[in-house]
Design a protein around this ligand. Structure first.
Ligand SMILES: Cc1cc2nc3c(=O)[nH]c(=O)nc-3n(C[C@H](O)[C@H](O)[C@H](O)COP(=O)(O)O)c2cc1C
Length: 217
């Protein structure tokens, strides 16, 4: 079997980007609502998005620089602390994509695209009205990497979930069949999640028992 070898210190940033977004797939998309210090709300998608820890419930998005400055999202989160991450699901693809356009800092994507909001309970940033899952988050920390191109790893704690009632399975889980999340692939490609299969793990998972005690709930 032949393989192409790429050493990260021998390729430029664009090729690193292509290989990362092609290899780490599919990625969930954090659709992030934040608020600047003047009260202007902002909305943008981020697929460099993951769980840091489940307890405490910490999540991360990674925001690159734009023209040597913070993007609105990382600047807003560091300034006003509270933000909301929405799960992108079928039916919301186009609005999510439109919200990635570069708009002037004082223009809200919500108004520009015509996305309705509703107030959050615990943070200033609004929620997207009708989005099936939203997580109100509190800023914890930013890790900074890079030299002439900076990248900001923004870590936040989930304070509260809003899960649409009909999506709850056994009053515990979010039903992925009904949620229909969208995944990001390499380039301009995305995927649906309508071919779901099950496999039992050969260990007790943390949703069943505590990893350090072996207790099962
Ligand atoms: C599906 C999708 C995923 C994206 N993921 C990221 C990401 O992980 N990091 C990033 O810096 N930009 C990402 N972008 C680009 C940002 O959404 C875009 O730069 C946006 O204008 C940032 O908005 P802001 O300046 O209002 O924060 C993504 C765009 C799309 C459409």
């Amino acid at each position: 079997m032949d393989y192409r070898i790429f050493n990260s210190d021998e390729i430029d940033h664009q090729q690193c980007y292509r290989l990362l977004i092609g290899s780490i797939v599919p990625r969930p998309i954090a659709w992030v609502s934040s608020m600047d210090e003047d009260g202007v709300p902002n909305l943008a998608p981020f697929s460099f998005f993951s769980i840091v820890s489940h307890y405490p419930p910490l999540v991360t998005i990674t925001v690159g620089e734009k023209e040597k400055h913070h993007k609105d999202t990382s600047a807003n989160i560091a300034a006003t602390k509270g933000y909301v991450i929405h799960t992108v699901t079928e039916g919301w693809e186009n609005q999510m994509n439109e919200s990635s356009a570069s708009l002037p800092r004082n223009v809200s994507e919500f108004e520009h695209i015509g996305i309705e909001t509703e107030p959050s309970d615990l943070v200033d940033a609004p929620r997207i009205k009708g989005c099936p899952v939203a997580m109100e988050c509190e800023y914890q920390q930013t890790l900074e990497f890079g030299d002439d191109w900076k990248t900001y790893v923004v870590i936040g704690k989930v304070l509260r979930w809003h899960v649409r009632e009909d999506l709850m399975l056994d009053d515990k889980y979010v039903n992925p069949h009904l949620l229909k999340p969208i995944g990001r692939l390499g380039g301009p490609r995305y995927c649906h999640t309508d071919d779901i299969f099950e496999m039992q793990a050969p260990y007790v998972q943390p949703d069943i028992g505590h990893p350090n005690t072996g207790e099962r709930n």
